[in-house]
Structure formats: structure tokens, C-alpha cells
Design a protein around this ligand. Structure first.
Ligand code: NAP
Length: 339
């Protein structure tokens, strides 16, 4: 891959320090990504400049690359991405801090949510960053924020309690591998749904039971769940309800089979409309980027209750290959990008 100056990015590299980053000038497949030399970002007063040691690749970055579902473009940019640098998950070392930052200083090792982390440097808001867990590598810390944050928040939203039966649909993915470990750490009895070749992974993370969605339907049979975390497959609401206890909760949080326009928003809206009229609770979820979650996750990682699951790592210039690996559904847990 060649290093070029992207014409679409307004930079004046003569005056400001430059860096390498993966950029995109248009939405599309991994072919739109290229390594470029661009201006290093500057910190606002509440931000931290981080030298990136590792970044995490999550489904959200794939959505930002493709601009799908199209509804997303209302936020990310209608014709092309507003921010041409991909990547949200980051772990690295603080280089500089804004004038209002109090929690971090140069040299600190941190992880959190960056504004374009597939780059040598990124900036992050102070309230979206935490000190890196002491017992883990940059690579492992980098895959935590988006996926483990999402898993934690969905379990909170579902009011998970010890002894409850929890079904995790999409248990072998980035979010699911974290959700399995967190639900176990909170004392739940966990059933994970994934494909045949990843059953061993989900078991190894602590799931008490596994269901192979290529062979069995989680809503068939006698089992009922207090909480369903729905991260994949876009199952019909009737199937979710059939698998829930009479007063159980389903948190609808993801799924890639919802179509390229709304990503399955219609299913979510139907669930929300139905929920007030039934005893079961059907709710949707949108993740928040919060330092407080990162700090809770740090405690769990340092206590050995959660181990970030890294499938494999790619160097910065091979992000397009990493994207293809993710899009093919081959990843087991998360993919890290090392810088
Ligand atoms: N609402 C939010 O704020 C929020 C935040 C983060 C993520 N998300 C969404 O949550 C979803 C999961 O994210 P992720 O990062 O974990 O994705 P991922 O790493 O790509 O994992 C996808 C998972 O879905 C499973 N899967 C695929 N087809 C399935 C089917 N028909 N039935 C059951 N499981 C199936 C996969 O299992 P196999 O690989 O074994 O086939 C895998 O476990 C994505 O749609 C993402 O956009 C939403």
C-alpha cells in the first residue's frame, strides 16, 4: 500500500506535525481505505492527545466505512464521511493534554474512545478515557471500549442478577465474547448462540450452554430466559418473546440482517410499540461512551474476571485486510490494529 497525501483532507503539513493514518474519501468496501500522511490532530481544552499503540476494529467501524445502513449517514456525513479517519477503540500513551484536563498527564497509559484511532495519533475526550488496566497489553486493552462497554451497558439495562438465565445471541462476536464473560462475572447462567466453528470459543469464555444457530433455533424447546441480549441475526420479535420467561427482558442491540437502509430499525420500533402492552419488556439500546464504564471494566480485567478476546492483530497498513476478515464473519472475538 502506498502512502499518499489525500487531496480531500485540508492539511498544511509544512507548519504542523504529520502522521500516518488510514483514511477514506468515500463510503464503500475496504477498497476505499488507504494509508495517508495527514496533519496530527490538536487537542481541545477537554481532550487528550494519544500516541496510539493499538486500536480495536469493531462492527461500528465497518458501518462507518460502508456508510450502511444509510440512516447512519445522517450522523456520519451524507455524501462522504465527515471524519475521514476510521477507528474508535484506542489504547496508547498520553502525549499532551488540553488546558481543562485534570485526570491525565503526559506519559500515562490509557484506553478509551478516540476520534479516529487507525492512526499514529488520535485525540479523545477526557470523559471517554481511563487508565489502561495494569495486567493487560495495549493490544488487549484496545479491543475493550466499544465491545465490552456495549456488553456492560446491555447487562445493566437488562438488570442482570445472579442466578438469572441469560441468552446471548451473537456470543462469538466482539460484543458477545465480552457479554458472556461479564454475565458470568455477575453470576448469571449463560447460554451463547453462535455458529458451529465458534462453539468451542464461547464455551471457553465460560458459557454454561451453547446453541449452534446453523442447526437449532434458540426459541424452540423448553428453555426460557430471564434476559436476552440480541446482538445478531435480527430474530423476529415473536421468537424473542417465545424464548423469554413471562416477565423477561429482551435488549435489542444489534444485527446485520436488517437491510441496507435502516439496519432493522423497523423491528426495533415494533418491539418498542408492543412492550407497554405485554408483561415482557422489549427494549432497544444505543451505546454510550463513558469513562465510568471503562473504569468498571478495568476493575473486572484486573480481577481476572474478564479477558479481552483478541482473534488476531494487523499492522496499520493492513486495516483493509482486517476489515475483509471481519466482514467475512471469520473473526473470533475482536481484531486489533497495532501501530
Ligand atoms: N446498539 C449499539 O449501540 C451497538 C454497539 C455495538 C455494536 N452494536 C451492534 O451489535 C452487533 C454485534 O456487534 P459485534 O461487534 O459483536 O459484531 P461481530 O463481531 O461481527 O459479531 C457478530 C456475531 O453475530 C453472530 N451471528 C451472525 N449471524 C447470526 C445469526 N443468524 N444468528 C445468530 N448469531 C449470528 C456471529 O456468530 P458467528 O460468527 O459464529 O457466525 C457473531 O457472534 C452488530 O450488529 C453491531 O453493529 C450495536
Amino acid at each position: 500500500m502506498t502512502v499518499t497525501d489525500p487531496a480531500s483532507i485540508s492539511t498544511s503539513t509544512a507548519a504542523k506535525p504529520a502522521m500516518q493514518a488510514i483514511v477514506q474519501d468515500a463510503y464503500g468496501s475496504a477498497d476505499v481505505l488507504r494509508l495517508a500522511r495527514i496533519t496530527r490532530p490538536e487537542v481541545a481544552e477537554n481532550e487528550v492527545l494519544i500516541r496510539v499503540n493499538a486500536a480495536g476494529l469493531d462492527r461500528g467501524s465497518w458501518h462507518m466505512m460502508t456508510g450502511q445502513p444509510y440512516l447512519l449517514r445522517l450522523v456520519s456525513g451524507i455524501r462522504r464521511p465527515k471524519n475521514p479517519v476510521l477507528g474508535l477503540d484506542v489504547a496508547g500513551t498520553v502525549v499532551a493534554v488540553g488546558s481543562a484536563v485534570t485526570k491525565f498527564s503526559a506519559g500515562d497509559e490509557v484506553f478509551g474512545f478516540g476520534k479516529g484511532s487507525f492512526a499514529e495519533y488520535t485525540v479523545a475526550r477526557e470523559d471517554r478515557l481511563a487508565h489502561k488496566p495494569l495486567n493487560t497489553t495495549f493490544e488487549r486493552a484496545a479491543v475493550v471500549p466499544v465491545s465490552a462497554g456495549t456488553a456492560l451497558q446491555t447487562l445493566d439495562l437488562g438488570n442482570v442478577e445472579p442466578g438469572q438465565k441469560v441468552l446471548i445471541i451473537g456470543a462469538s462476536g466482539g460484543v458477545g465474547t465480552c457479554a458472556v464473560q461479564l454475565a458470568k462475572a455477575f453470576g448469571a447462567e449463560v447460554t451463547g448462540v453462535c455458529s458451529t466453528t465458534k462453539l468451542d470459543l464461547v464455551r471457553s469464555l465460560g458459557a454454561d450452554h451453547v446453541i449452534d444457530y446453523t442447526r437449532d433455533d434458540f426459541s424452540d424447546g423448553p428453555h426460557r430466559y430471564d434476559l436476552i441480549l440480541d446482538f445478531a441475526g435480527n430474530p423476529a420479535i415473536s421468537r424473542l418473546r417465545r424464548a423469554l420467561t413471562p416477565t423477561g427482558t429482551a435488549v435489542i442491540a444489534g444485527g446485520e440482517e436488517g437491510g441496507s437502509w435502516t439496519g432493522g430499525m423497523d423491528r426495533t420500533l415494533r418491539a418498542l410499540a408492543l412492550s407497554p402492552f405485554v408483561r415482557q419488556r422489549l427494549t432497544n439500546f444505543i451505546a454510550k461512551q463513558r469513562a465510568s464504564d471503562l473504569e468498571r471494566l478495568t476493575d473486572l480485567i484486573e480481577a481476572g474476571k474478564v479477558t479481552p478476546s483478541v482473534d488476531r492483530s494487523y499492522p496499520l497498513e493492513r486495516v483493509p485486510e482486517a476489515m475483509r476478515h471481519l466482514a467475512a464473519g471469520e473473526a473470533r472475538g475482536k481484531i486489533a490494529i497495532t501501530i
